[in-house]
Design a protein around this ligand. Structure first.
Ligand code: PLP
Length: 748
């Protein structure tokens, strides 16, 4: 496999007709003749952005003039030092050579010298000799880059052996036999298809039993993530969660679960036949889900919940697992050491669903506010698990996920037993590109590069927040979008964790009396608040801008957001963030405001949307915002959704029993109007926010039914802005859409 990584030469005389220009060009030519590419530039330009070239280069040659050395020109030396530091901030390994005509390096300060791989004196050796020396170092460096599995896979794909095993497309050849297949082949490229192999290839090792290069990569990642065991998972954290649960939960076991959990955790409850007791998070009236108060974690409180649960027959049984959403969508984090302290030995496994938090372990900023990392103490008895979606914030392909384990002092993971659960959920034909991306995503996070990447997303996120504030200040009393987060931040304070702690009764978060030091906000998750609703749930009487309209507008301007709420939407600063991306967002929001203020008609500002929904053609942007705002206000929707999520859910059946009714068709399709007091057999999940509201075996209460009635009415009034509810079955009765939920059949 040939990779393209040029040798970068920085020499102000690179294009000059003088002897030093001639000298460096002779060297460049010699390097090219040895088969390497050369990129020659004449200045450092913007140091930071030029230093980014480290990811594309195989070596740097930095020239320093004779007179600069002899006269000890401090600026030249300083610039050299800065550049070398910028490179080393991200990359400790890439070879850097200094090139000069002088025979001595004694004028170069030691802190620069020690970062160098060599000092080239042009007139001492032949250019060919120097070129070979440079290429040898560059090659050794490149060879050191690929982690074990990726390395083996690239070798295999380049190897050109004929294979008789699946997949049936045989390295892509099958596609070439059909026109549309040709298109597919051209689109994805040969390598992706050559690397799509099956697990009959011995030299790549096995994901399913963790052998060979796959195992070496998992060990490598475990080292990088500072955990005792690490498993790559190729079916997303949805599957990672189920594996963790199946490894430790059996029918009838008591489990303690964040009510704001991902549906895969609820699936795990159903699948294992567990009896859940839920910890209730706070919510504010923006619809933002806050932390579970620290008091909810108190063992006495958990015991009380077990006591009250009608299905927990053994009230003294030890819960098998605690699962917490560590980083909510909006970025709320818990102090994991405090949770460990409270529950070590009380619950067997402490499981943090860190789908949105794989980056935290690479930066000191996050301290104890993530599950597993360097120098973190072990529990005495409880094992700590973290499940992470590599693909959400790091550089993993979709579905790339991983399970991290920290053993307890007295309790170590039995890898053979654990693997039985792993096998239950893993395809026997895992996708090797996903494994390779798990492998590479981990290698990318190796210090110092990984730290630099996380620092960069933090910096960009803070710059974005600053930019949004600046626009706000410039608008003065006129409205503008706000980024949810602490108010009173001095510019410098932003870099400190303390500024991001959720302190008791602060108005910006609206979560009330939180325990000190228990929660922080991850700045890289940015929830943007649109006007119309305040943190107390009061609708503005003047005007309101429902977020769904803003995000549609953004989408038509090429900005796709992660999640939309009533008056908020959410973006995040992954390690793939660029200044261009967030600046475009700021600009698009300005355009929105402009179009809104002028009440431009929708055919003009949302043409694609109007094409699908011509009824909105002539409505002005402002008028539409007002119409939807008025409907939200009239129904007091913010309060309604908050109350429905906080309402006390009484289980009538075990989740797994209710779900089983579906398999046996002992269910009835019940219309919304008849739902009150009925027991659902399915998960009911409103979008937004995508957090399950009702779990199989729970009863519909009045608030939830009211919400569903509202949603039905709203969807009729504003097609195209439907609130979607997974779990509702839509059927057309007498030409009219009716909604039903599959409920447990009532015994008569
Ligand atoms: C996305 C998500 C998951 C599932 O992860 P996938 O990789 O999409 O399967 C699990 N938990 C939480 C909290 C999530 O947000």
């Amino acid at each position: 496999m040939k990779f393209r990584f040029p040798v970068v030469i920085i020499d102000e005389d690179f294009r000059s007709e003088n002897s030093s220009g001639l000298g460096i060009r002779v060297l460049a030519k010699a390097i090219e003749e040895e088969g390497a590419e050369v990129l020659g530039v004449t200045s450092y330009g913007d140091l930071t952005s030029f230093a980014q070239q480290q990811s594309r280069a195989s070596a740097f040659i930095l020239s320093i003039d004779d007179e600069e050395i002899v006269e000890e020109k401090p600026e030249a030396i300083e610039q050299l030092r800065n550049f070398v530091q910028e490179i080393r901030y991200r990359n400790e390994e890439i070879p850097i050579f200094l090139h000069g005509e002088t025979r001595t390096s004694r004028h170069i300060p030691n802190d620069v010298l020690r970062e160098l791989h060599g000092f080239i004196h042009m007139n001492e050796d032949t250019p060919e000799f120097v070129a070979r020396l440079i290429i040898r170092e560059a090659k050794a460096y490149l060879d050191s880059l690929p982690p074990p599995f990726f390395k083996a896979l690239t070798h295999y794909a380049a190897d050109g052996s004929y294979s008789w095993h699946c997949p049936g497309h045989s390295g892509g050849v099958a596609f070439l036999k059909s026109p549309v297949g040709q298109m597919f082949h051209q689109f994805f490229g040969e390598n992706m298809l050559r690397a799509d192999v099956c697990n009959a290839v011995d030299e790549l090792g096995q994901l399913l039993d963790h052998t060979g290069p796959v195992a070496a990569s998992e060990r490598n990642a475990a080292r990088i993530y500072n955990c005792d065991h690490l498993y790559f998972v190729t079916n997303g954290t949805s599957t990672s969660n189920k594996i963790v649960w199946n490894s430790t939960v059996a029918p009838g076991d008591i489990v303690v679960v964040d009510r704001n959990c991902h549906k895969s955790v609820l699936h795990s409850i159903i699948m294992t036949g567990a009896i859940p007791v839920f910890l209730m998070p706070t919510r504010n009236h923006f619809g933002i889900i806050g932390p579970i108060p620290k008091s909810e974690f108190a063992w006495e409180n958990i015991q009380k919940k077990i006591e009250r649960n009608p299905f927990a027959t053994d009230k003294n049984a030890k819960p098998r697992v605690l699962t917490i959403t560590q980083s909510t969508y909006d970025g709320v984090l818990y102090n994991v050491e405090e949770i460990k302290e409270m529950l070590d030995g009380k619950i067997d496994t402490l499981h943090f669903d860190e789908a949105w938090l794989p980056h935290a372990t690479f930066h000191d900023f996050y301290g104890d506010y993530h599950a597993i990392g360097a120098d973190r103490p072990r529990c005495k008895e409880s094992m700590v698990f973290s499940t992470q979606s590599t693909h959400k914030l790091l550089a993993g392909l979709s579905q790339a996920s991983q399970i991290l384990v920290q053993d307890a002092q007295d309790n170590h993971l039995d890898r053979d037993l654990f693997n039985e659960a792993y096998l239950m959920h893993t395809s026997t034909s895992p996708q090797y590109s996903i494994i390779a991306s798990c492998d590479v995503a981990a290698a990318m996070m190796e210090a110092p590069g990984g730290t630099a990447l996380v620092e960069e997303s933090l910096k960009e996120a803070l710059d974005f927040r600053r930019a949004m504030r600046k626009v706000d200040e410039e608008w003065g009393t006129d409205w503008w979008f706000k980024v949810w987060g602490p108010n009173d931040l001095s510019e410098d304070g932003l870099e400190e964790r303390d500024a991001w702690m959720l302190k008791a009764n602060e108005r910006w978060h609206g979560f009330g009396n939180l325990a000190e030091g228990f929660n922080m906000l991850d700045p890289i998750k940015a929830t943007i608040i649109t006007p119309g609703l305040d943190v107390d749930g009061e609708f503005s009487s003047e005007f309101g801008i429902p977020a769904a309209i803003v995000t549609k507008y953004l989408a038509e301007h090429g900005v796709i957001v992660e999640k939309t709420g009533l008056y908020s939407f959410f973006i995040m600063f992954t390690i793939g963030i660029t200044k261009g991306r967030w600046n475009t967002m700021v600009a698009a929001l300005q355009q929105f405001k402009d179009d809104y203020d002028k009440n431009h008609p929708l055919w003009k500002v949302l043409p694609e949307f109007v094409q699908k929904h011509p009824r909105y053609e002539r409505i002005g942007l402002k008028d539409l915002c007002t119409q939807i705002h008025e409907v939200y206000k009239a129904n007091d929707v913010a309060r309604l959704t908050t109350e429905m999520y906080l309402s006390d859910m009484v289980p009538a059946m075990k989740p797994t029993d209710a779900f089983s009714k579906m398999a046996h068709r002992k269910i009835e399709r019940v219309a919304i109007d008849d739902l009150e007091d009925r027991v659902t057999a399915v998960l009911l999940t409103p979008y937004p926010p995508g957090i399950p509201l009702l779990i199989p075996g729970e009863r519909f209460n009045k608030v939830i039914v009211n919400y569903l009635k509202f949603a039905r009415e709203f969807n009729e009034k504003f097609p195209g802005f439907e609130t979607d509810n997974h779990g509702l079955v839509k059927q057309v009765v007498d030409g009219k859409a009716e909604y039903f939920v599959d409920c447990v059949k009532q015994e008569d």
